[in-house]
Ligand binder design. Structure first.
Ligand code: NAD
Length: 487
């Protein structure tokens, strides 16, 4: 059964989606049921692959790499551009798929398709800029050159919170560099990944160069592929514990690793801020995707002089958010992805309230995996919400008095992915952004991610960068060639 001949459609009524692996036989694998987080209903059946399919995918990826590496950058760019166009043409199907798989509000899901597709376009252009160097030699008869070559077959493991963008941010630079890629999508969002493979094949992309392997429990697949020396690079986005586990395993076959892990983003609002503008940026950073974003604000520090005014306006804005069904155009906050996700966010609220926090937003009568957008004041560092990533629509507020105190509090975490600040003082903007121990800083900007910029963290938030010219370096090896002309 091949993915190429399937109709391109969003999951509904339990339709079966085979894995996008060349030679895949549906009869060889079990299936798992994919349920909507909004309704709990089964929307699709997914191939539950294991080590046999992982081996098949690796064999294909090796073969695919041998031919793909021979293509010119211009040929690769042409295919990536065609894929980009196809993705935008399929925007409605892809957006509906994400709304159904993980509960992303449909209007946001369309925005994700645009964002995800932008990596295909950007790396189509960047493919043509993979150049090398000619170095000066000590001897007249020598020529010294530096080549940059694709690392080889890549395994990309992606999370559910951006089902399309986390794939294209890895696959686009990988393919542009000349690597083949196997994607192992999150078990909650396999269909988006399979549709992306269908689109790739429809525009003429070789099926063994970009494959998708699905599974309900990923360990069997990843154990096999981590031990396979033909896989030369692993790029992972997900939680810090799983990232550390894979990093440890990578040593055995000395793979190149990129790890985009968890965050605990602080947002510092100084008392020279335009309060309404600061509230708007905190809203964008905190409540997008229901708070299920690794760069989401997790802690809001507000200077004492504006604390009450800021807190009141933020709570009013959170109370005005429309919570509802993901497929409803008016919905701004959908359900969280799972029972575990809902329970974690709710437990952070309950723990904070039990330890003396004040809820500034109205309670809502919600069922299932929905959590009411919540703003909390009087939050202290000991509360769970200040220690762990919440991944839900909850904004805890903390008062501070001066810049040094705010920076120290912001840096007091093992994480270092994204941080934000709001100030109109230019000197402070520079000082604070330099002092924050984070990979990404938004100054008066709650949504800094763009395809041309490096995205990634420090400390427990990971290693490596995705996006921009930095992102393609992760898929290239550097080779030095020294040639004697008189040899
Ligand atoms: P997760 O780590 O549970 O899962 C991520 C992926 O890893 C999934 O594909 C999953 O199937 C796979 N996985 C799980 N266990 C595995 C194992 N033992 N071996 C191989 N693969 C395994 O994380 P999640 O809950 O799905 O995603 C949310 C996390 O991802 C959050 O911590 C979030 O901050 C992080 N995230 C980070 C970024 C970033 O760019 N830094 C972006 C989005 C999400």
């Amino acid at each position: 059964m091949s993915t190429q001949n399937l109709p391109l459609q969003a999951p509904a009524d339990g339709a079966f989606y085979p894995a996008a692996i060349v030679g895949f036989e549906a009869a060889d694998v079990g299936r798992y049921a994919l349920r909507s987080p909004a309704s709990g209903e089964v929307i699709a059946e997914i191939a539950d692959c294991g080590s046999e399919q992982a081996k098949l995918a690796a064999d294909n990826a090796q073969r695919g790499f041998e031919s793909w590496r021979q293509t010119t950058a211009f040929e690769r760019a042409t295919l990536l551009k065609a894929w980009h166009r196809a993705m935008l043409e399929a925007k409605d199907v892809l957006a509906l798929t994400m709304a159904r798989e993980m509960g992303k509000p449909i209007s946001e899901a369309r925005g994700e398709v645009d964002y995800a597709a932008s990596f295909l376009e950007w790396y189509a252009e960047q493919a043509k800029r993979i150049d090398g160097d000619i170095l000066p030699a000590q001897h007249r008869e020598k020529r010294l050159s530096v080549l940059r070559q694709p690392v080889g077959p890549v395994l990309a493991i992606t999370p559910w919170n951006f089902p399309a963008a986390m794939i294209t941010r890895k696959v686009a630079p990988g393919l542009a560099a000349g690597c083949s890629v196997i994607v192992k999508p999150a078990e909650q969002t396999p269909v988006t990944a399979i549709l992306l493979a269908q689109l790739w094949q429809q525009v003429g992309g070789p099926a063994e160069v970009f494959q998708v392997i699905t599974a309900e429990r990923p360990a069997e697949i990843s154990d096999l592929l981590m031990a396979d020396a033909r896989i030369r690079k692993v790029t992972f986005t997900g939680s810090t514990p799983v990232g550390k586990h894979l990093y440890a395993k990578s040593a055995a076959t000395m793979k190149r690793m990129s790890l985009e892990l968890g965050g605990h983003a602080p947002f510092l609002v100084f008392d020279d801020a335009d309060i309404d503008a600061a509230v708007a940026e905190v809203m964008a950073s905190k409540f997008r995707n229901g708070g299920q974003t690794c760069v989401c604000t997790n802690r809001v520090y507000v200077q004492r002089g504006i604390f009450e005014a800021f807190a009141e306006r933020l709570a009013a804005a959170a109370d005005a958010l429309r919570v509802g069904q993901p497929e409803d155009e008016a919905t701004q906050v959908g359900p969280l992805v799972s029972q575990a996700g809902r329970d974690k966010a709710q437990s952070h609220i309950d723990d904070a309230l039990a330890q003396g926090a004040r809820r500034l937003t109205a309670a809502r009568d919600l069922e299932g995996f929905f959590v009411a957008p919540t703003v909390l004041a009087d939050v202290t560092p000991a509360m769970q919400i200040m220690q762990e990533e919440t991944f839900g629509p909850v904004a805890p507020l903390v008062v501070f008095d001066d810049e040094a105190e705010a920076v120290a509090a912001a840096n007091d975490t093992p994480f270092g992915l994204a941080a934000y600040l709001w100030t109109r003082n230019l000197g402070r903007a520079h000082r604070v952004s330099e002092a924050l121990d984070y990979g990404i800083v938004g100054v008066n900007d709650g949504a800094p991610s763009v395809p041309q910029a490096p995205f990634g963290g420090v400390k427990d938030s990971g290693i490596g960068r995705e996006g921009g010219r930095y992102g393609i370096d992760e898929y290239l090896d550097t080779k030095f060639v020294s040639t004697r002309l008189d040899g």
